[in-house]
Design a protein around this ligand. Sequence first.
Ligand SMILES: [Zn+2]
Length: 297
Amino acid sequence: MNKLIIPIILCILVLTPLCIGQGSDANKNDKIIVYATIQSQKEMIEAVGGDKVTVNIIVPPGDSPHTRDLTPSQLTDLAKARIYVMVGSGVEFEVKSIDKIRDLNKNMIVIDSSKGIELISIGFHAHEGEELHSEEEDGKDPHIWNSIKNGKTMVQNIYDGLILVDPDNKEYYLKNRDEYIMKLDEADQYIANELTDIPNRSFMIFHPSWGYFARDYNLTQIAIEVGGKEPTLQSLSHTIEEAKEENIKTVFVSPGFSSKAAEIITKEIGGKTEVLDPLAENYIENLKITANKIKNQ
Ligand SMILES: [Zn+2]
């Protein structure tokens, strides 16, 4: 009997602390699972979180945060998340689903990356003789991310969330944050230089997702879409006039998105369509590409 019991007790004594130790080590090595709404947030979160985070995005490439819904597998996966980074500026997906997401996972902290960012008006304007619904008139522009100025605030909010969840690695996140903000400043300088002396400061786009970008670099965004919909014939004919007055030769559209109105305008002005991606994963690079396309429109 003794011959058997002693080794068993020894095993338990030796193995128990090992098992406990292993458990806490495994937890330490686990990455922080972060969820966010759009692809544009991915680079920011990965830049600050580095190898401490795994970032998952709700709205896949080619889809829209204005219409997207949660999938059943996302509902399951969100239960494992530690942080949800909201854009926070009123994108429809978040307005509709954030309470559901909060209820799903009470241990997850929700960061509002728009904290400290002043929302501007979406800038729909009524053409003569047209009525504008009040929500369009007063509507705030949710596309805050397409601005380096706003991007810097979003990065700061992401940093604040990460050090709340993982204070032990504060120095690491701080260094990453500062390095990425330096890159944002460099890109801002580059874009400002690119857009200093360009022939046309007005650009025409189907979906008005570049309002903050236009504000930052003193450009005028002319939207074709009205209140998230294809324009009426009357509105369309005014937009064509406007394009001619502003000497516009390019109509910008989102990738993979076809618009009858954009095609008609392009034909009428004898111009071309060009793609601007409002939700690109390569955040900084995409803003530079956008500047180049507007410069060379
Ligand atoms: Zn949009």
